[in-house]
Design a protein around this ligand. Structure first.
Ligand code: HEC
Length: 170
């Protein structure tokens, strides 16, 4: 008991000593480049987010894709509640589809092509149904013209699902 208490105190001391330097390090990181029109950046840690569903697109793009979401978005999927609440973030990863060299019938991810992001913030994005969009190649946002295409396509086709295509794959 005594040892546990001491241990906790030690952890508390370490935490108070460590925290300020961690946040300083985060501050000193160069600003990540934001998408035109929306100012969306690639969210930290998205590669470890929960998997929602795969997708693929035929030639000429020939891509394999995976959509992942942060906890807020995943909870909305689980509870089947729409619209997605503010704070929801969905990320679509995409790779060139290549034939497996180890087993011909299989397709596997080749080079990464794009990372695409949708962020729900109804105050910041009142003109796009609360969604901000970002498309990134090699970590850099693509141009404004490409960002003008996001909303019309999502708006035209998935209005009945809060402008999100991806459904949760069981
Ligand atoms: C011509 C139609 C079209 C355009 C333009 C488009 N998307 Fe999508 N988007 C899709 C489809 C279809 C999906 C479903 C997954 C798939 O098939 O790849 C999708 C999925 C997504 C997803 C995952 C969430 C969801 O809705 O399923 C994100 C994030 C996304 N798109 C971002 C963008 C961004 C950012 C842009 C603009 C730079 C954009 N999209 C432009 C059709 C489009």
């Amino acid at each position: 008991m005594k040892r546990a208490c001491l241990g906790l105190m030690a952890m508390a001391v370490v935490a108070t000593n460590v925290l300020p330097s961690v946040s300083k390090a985060a501050e000193s990181q160069p600003n990540k480049e934001a998408s035109p029109i929306y100012g969306v950046t690639i969210p930290d840690g998205y590669r470890k987010w929960q998997f929602i569903a795969p997708a693929e697109e035929a030639a000429p793009l020939d891509e394999l894709r995976a959509v992942v979401g942060n906890d807020i978005a995943v909870r909305a999927y689980e509870n089947k509640t729409l619209p997605f609440p503010d704070g929801s973030i969905l990320v679509k990863l995409a790779w060139k589809r290549v034939q497996s060299s180890e087993f011909e019938p299989a397709s596997v991810p080749g080079v990464p092509t794009t990372v695409q992001v949708m962020v729900k913030d109804s105050k910041k994005y009142p003109d796009s149904h609360g969604w901000g969009f970002g498309r990134f190649i090699d970590g850099k946002p693509v141009d404004e013209a490409q960002h003008q295409t996001c909303l019309p396509c999502h708006e035209a086709r998935v209005q009945n699902h809060d402008y999100v295509f991806t459904r949760y794959a069981p």
